[in-house]
Design a binder for this molecule. Structure first.
Ligand code: HEM
Length: 204
């Protein structure tokens, strides 16, 4: 008897997230300048300043929301410290860092569902980072030691951390309304990020 191909179980919330954000991901990916001929060290620094201007207030909002599920450990997943280190390595002074513009139009985080939707986007972005890290290392000779650690923020643990997150998400009991709230927050996170990057004039 022929062995049946092993089917990978995709929890409903992840199916909804993928269906609900695929287009937003494609649209943003197309406009990000990581593969642009014009991307030099200076443009990369401006791009990372813009990332910082979004991640810092968004991670602060997550922490201040009191909506992070009690059994979810967010501390090792915070990426602002890595962005800060990168910007220092790229020549930003501590004073300069404190004066960088920060995004004020952020997703509303009023439930654990919204919190998980935001986290889905921030965690998923580490997967693409693996491709971007190689490009930036080749093109600009920047890596984890001299200004591009954010693109490899979880290093060799990237896949495992993503699987852990997905497992956590899939194991949570959620009704249809909660699943919809997770997806809505993920969509808003993508659109707020794109609008912010656009306003910082770092998109193609
Ligand atoms: C040029 C930039 C980017 C590239 C090339 C890229 C590429 C990728 C790739 C290859 C994957 C993995 C697909 C898979 O393994 O099935 C992925 C997943 C993902 N990316 Fe991106 N990405 C980029 C930017 C971003 C940004 C800026 C965000 C959000 C801020 C983001 C959010 C996500 C999410 C949430 C997933 C998980 C999708 C899933 O499997 O459920 N990506 N990306």
């Amino acid at each position: 008897m022929q062995a049946k191909a092993r089917e990978v179980y995709v929890p409903p919330v992840l199916q909804d997230l993928r269906a609900g954000t695929a287009e937003l991901h494609i649209a943003l990916e197309k406009r990000l300048p990581f593969f642009s001929e014009q991307l030099d060290a200076n443009a990369f620094r401006r791009l990372m300043q813009a990332y910082y201007g979004f991640y810092r207030p968004l991670e602060s909002a997550l922490l201040a929301s009191a909506c992070i599920p009690a059994d979810f450990d967010i501390a090792p997943r915070l990426k602002t410290p890595t962005l800060q280190r990168d910007l220092h390595a790229l020549g930003e002074s501590p004073e300069g860092l404190e004066h960088l513009p920060l995004c004020r139009q952020l997703p509303v985080i009023e439930s654990s569902a919204a919190c998980l939707g935001v986290l889905y986007v921030l965690e998923g972005a580490t997967l693409g980072g693996q491709i971007l890290r190689r490009e930036i290392a080749t093109r600009l000779s920047l890596d984890a030691d001299n200004g591009a650690a954010f693109l490899d923020v979880y290093g060799a643990a990237t896949g495992r951390r993503w699987r852990d997150f997905i497992e956590y998400l899939g194991a949570r009991l959620m009704d249809v309304a909660e699943r919809a709230a997770v997806v809505a927050a993920a969509q808003t996170t993508f659109s707020c990020f794109e609008r912010w990057l656009e306003s910082r004039e770092v998109l193609a």
